[in-house]
Design a protein around this ligand. Sequence first.
Ligand SMILES: [Fe+2]
Length: 252
Amino acid sequence: MTQAAQLTVAEPFLIQQNWEAYTPEQHSVWAELVRRRMPQLAEHACAEYLEGFHIIGLREDTIPNLAEVNRRLAPRTRWNATPVSGFLPPDAFFEMLAARKFPTTTYLRGRDSLEYTPEPDIFHDVFGHVPMHAYPVFADFLEHYGRVCAALTDKDKLERMGRLFWFTVEFGVIRQGGEIKLYGSGLISSHGEAMHVIDGPKTGAGPEIRDFNLDQVLDQQFLVSEMQKVLYAVESFEQIYEAAKQAEEKLG
Ligand SMILES: [Fe+2]
């Protein structure tokens, strides 16, 4: 079955990745981005992220070819990194998550914006997000999250579910071996955001790290444009899968 046959509202946003069109300069920007992040992540990313990075075959020297990533990822968890044209409206985004297709941009930021890009790009989407999709419990959580949101129409409920996404998929942390480890893509892909968390105990200026609590998360406001003031630490990824199911009961 083709992607278009499975997706309806997201279908107009699907594109092909023209991997051959990336220039040597773009591959070199990718390499620099990966080189800047890996020393910190080797120490502070969660084990599942680091395993996923190798499972899906990400490399330091070249921008990932999504077809090759999917050849490794799909047999493992039935997820795909699916190329899209840019930001998706919520209904298209949730439709894709529910179908285990992660909307992935193919554009790469330029050398002048290594630390931050306002537009989504392949570094945030693939380096930041996709390794976690190789981990079965996270894979199941993300599909379930998409299904719950795809069935909601109430704006307030969708905003509350947006907070669950923010404090897990984007800015999630987990306790492993007595330490706080990163798994959210906003932390994985940003040196500054990650340092803010890692150095927090030393500087006293880091975010408050609370135990994950679904009711608190659903009510927790956040600002996209600032360093995060509060994060929620889980003990296991089963906890966020359970949270998505509980959210469905509360809001569905
Ligand atoms: Fe993201």
